[in-house]
Design a binder for this molecule. Sequence first.
Ligand SMILES: [Ca+2]
Ligand SMILES: [Ca+2]
Length: 180
Amino acid sequence: MKLFGMAAALIVAMSTSAFADTITRQAPQTSTGQNFTWFAPAGPSFGAPGSLTVSGRGDYNFHTEFLDVYLDDVFIARINPNNGDPKVTTTFHGADDYSFTATYGLTPGFMNAITANGQVKFFVDLSSGVNAFRSSAFVRVTLNYRNGQGGGPVPEPSTFALLGMGALGLGWYRRRRKLA
Ligand SMILES: [Ca+2]
Ligand SMILES: [Ca+2]
């Protein structure tokens, strides 16, 4: 049972390493209603899911003010930092100054599609009411996913099965040796 536990722990460790790579881009907001475009190199995602976290700070004083977020020109989300969206965590710092963060899950199929050409494009479009009167204003995007370049490819399910069977077999062999 001990060996089986070790095999299970190994499988869990390998599964959690499925989010081995992070691409982060950030820039200060310097104009009202600014748009942000970033291109980043991105290796293949090996059929693993991903997630996109968007955070920032700025003058989101009206509930109608938002930012639209796209990956490879595909719309991901409209984020209203100041309208009570449960997906968005917002902190009010006083005097029209808000910071926020929101995370969106991305399917394996979508990750495969956007990394197929070895590059990911981030596009963030602030609505016109998001003014740039603070030096603290910024936008940040963080893509978490598995690209296989950081620590080798993600093991296939058949590899997990072989690992588990190998550990079980070893346990059976040791028990037999003890009895003999
Ligand atoms: Ca792409
Ligand atoms: Ca505003």
